[in-house]
Write a protein that binds this ligand. Structure first.
Ligand SMILES: [Zn+2]
Length: 160
């Protein structure tokens, strides 16, 4: 049922009330009273349906408002970051005010950034030949910088 049905139902209720008020034939009044009782029950069910719909829409409106606030915060933050490729080749975001030849103080996860989340990458255990960073939000790992090359220790020549 919808609101149009509710309007139609309300009109029918008034017609039945008028019959009960004006009709002299007791049988017709009795039938109208029975129909009126039925219509009132239907109207109560409709009212309950509309009330439930109202609450779910109100909940949805609150969720949309919350999402809107998050988006506004993200948009106000977005201008502070720029796309960046780490020395090891990972794509991240960095603070825009980092001078070109300087290592940024922190990186932001590019994956989360696409989902409007600013997640600052954290140091992780080195892997292979790279310093690693990980995202606390999505758990992705990023190569930060290559590890410095450690010269192999060459044993001193044995004296004969
Ligand atoms: Zn992430």
């Amino acid at each position: 049922m919808d609101l149009i049905s509710s309007v139609t139902l309300t009109k029918q209720l008034f017609e039945l009330v008028n019959i009960i008020k004006d009709e002299r034939d007791q049988q017709k009044v009795k039938e109208a009273a029975g129909a009126l009782s039925e219509k009132i029950t239907t109207l109560q069910l409709l009212n309950s349906e509309i009330s439930s719909l109202y609450h779910s829409e109100k909940q949805r409106a609150m969720e949309i408002c919350e999402e809107n606030t998050k988006l506004k915060m993200f948009i106000s933050n977005i201008e502070h970051y720029t796309l960046h490729k780490t020395p090891a080749g990972s794509i991240t975001y960095k603070p825009q005010d980092t001078p070109e030849n300087e290592v940024p103080s922190y990186y932001v996860c590019a994956h989360c950034y696409q989902k409007t989340i600013i997640s600052i990458l954290q140091p992780s255990a080195d892997e292979f030949a790279f310093h690693m960073l990980y995202c606390p939000e999505c758990k992705n790992k990023f190569r930060s910088t290559p590890l410095p090359l450690v010269p192999k220790r060459i044993p001193p020549p044995r004296s004969p």
